[in-house]
Design a protein around this ligand. Structure first.
Ligand code: NAP
Length: 335
């Protein structure tokens, strides 16, 4: 027996903004697993900004996607055939072989999850997975956020940003400020997610809007965006300010070098720190993070919005929509 599976492949490397023609949808037969392998029927696929970087053929912390091959990415699903007794049929797992309906995976490369513990197993790709841990590691292990401090997060309506602002508030931040790309997103941040202030970065210079939202300056900046946002945050930093450099989505599709930040010299007098990080280096924090975050998610004090596209044939649209800012919270594809 085999499993007919549709999968998304990278057909050519995008130049600047990706377009649908950069991708192919192919149908393959996934064979029965050999010894030590499992076949997973994926239920949710993750699309993430870092995938844009993997479409370029440049050296990075992860290898580039291979042209003509299915792309990789986070996925959660159920084992439907198993060649490994430690991962029996019916086990729900997360793994890195998304962008396809069925995945043949080494059993050693899947991690079992309990779908009964969460409202939707998609949460293991977001708030209770890599996304939530990114927020937690960046805020505490990297930026050393302390109660009473003022925290600014860009990309605040996205998956990581929503978690950052809410976790900062739950851990006693004095003031939490977010920026996002639409009035509706800004309203969601202050009206529903408990941010003290938020602004639409399309409404005027980020530095001016940040100065209004944080007249006394910021202690911590969680950077998802780079460019003008980072420059504004450096300008607004108080003495001994810290920035967790998580992402730079404003430049992921650029074909020219970034023009900002132009004010790195301010770091000297401010004794400020900018520190990049990768969530993959902070797996040891996962148990501590889950112990704190799972009760918050259960009692509703932490909200995890999701934007869900239907079907692997819409995965490319979901990814392109993510880059355009069409998501509120985690962008996912239900298979
Ligand atoms: P996301 O924020 O859910 O989605 C991306 C969002 O970026 C869009 O919804 C869009 O919202 C915003 N955006 C797009 N272009 C922008 C621009 N030019 N300026 C400002 N905002 C723009 O994605 P995510 O998964 O939470 O990731 C957020 C950032 O964290 C990304 O940079 C990602 O690469 C990074 N990340 C890093 C790590 C790590 O280990 N370091 C781990 C996970 C994620 P708007 O409507 O607000 O524009």
């Amino acid at each position: 027996m085999s499993y007919e599976s549709r999968e998304v492949r990278l057909a050519r490397r995008p130049h600047g903004w990706p377009v649908p023609e950069d991708f192919d949808l192919a149908t393959v037969d996934v064979p029965e697993p050999g010894a030590g392998q499992v076949v997973v029927r994926n239920s949710f696929l993750s699309v993430d900004p870092y995938m844009r970087g993997r479409m370029n053929n440049v050296p990075s912390y992860v290898p580039p996607y291979v042209l003509g091959e299915p792309m990789e990415g986070g996925a959660v699903g159920e084992v439907v055939a198993s060649g490994d007794p430690s991962v029996p049929v019916g086990t729900h797992v997360i793994h890195g072989f998304g962008w396809r309906e069925f995945a043949l995976v080494d059993a050693a490369k899947v991690r079992a999850v309990d779908p009964a513990l969460v409202p939707s197993e998609s949460m293991y790709l977001g708030a209770l997975g890599m996304i939530g841990l990114t927020a937690y590691a960046g805020l505490f292990a990297i930026a050393g956020m302390k109660p009473g401090e003022t925290v600014f997060v860009s990309g605040a309506a996205g998956a990581v940003g929503q978690m950052v602002g809410q976790i900062a508030r739950l851990k006693g931040a004095g003031r939490v400020i977010g920026s996002a790309g639409s009035a509706a997103k800004v309203e969601n941040l202050t009206g529903r997610l408990g941010f003290d202030a938020a602004f639409n970065y399309h409404d005027g210079p980020v530095a001016d809007q940040l100065a209004k939202a944080a007249p006394e300056g910021i202690d911590v900046y969680f950077d998802n965006v780079g460019g003008e946002h980072l420059e504004a945050a450096i300008g607004a930093m108080k003495l001994n300010g810290r920035a967790a450099i998580c992402g730079a989505i404003s430049v992921y599709n650029s074909t020219e070098p970034p023009t900002a930040p132009r004010n790195l010299g301010l770091l000297i007098g401010k004794r400020a720190t900018l520190r990049g990080f990768l969530v993959g280096d902070h797996g040891a924090l996962m148990p501590e993070f889950l112990a704190e975050a799972a009760p918050w998610l259960r009692d509703g004090s932490l909200i995890a919005d999701e934007t869900v596209y239907e079907g692997v044939d819409n995965a490319v649209d979901a990814f392109l929509g993510l880059l355009r800012g069409e998501n509120l919270g985690k962008m996912l594809v239900r298979v």
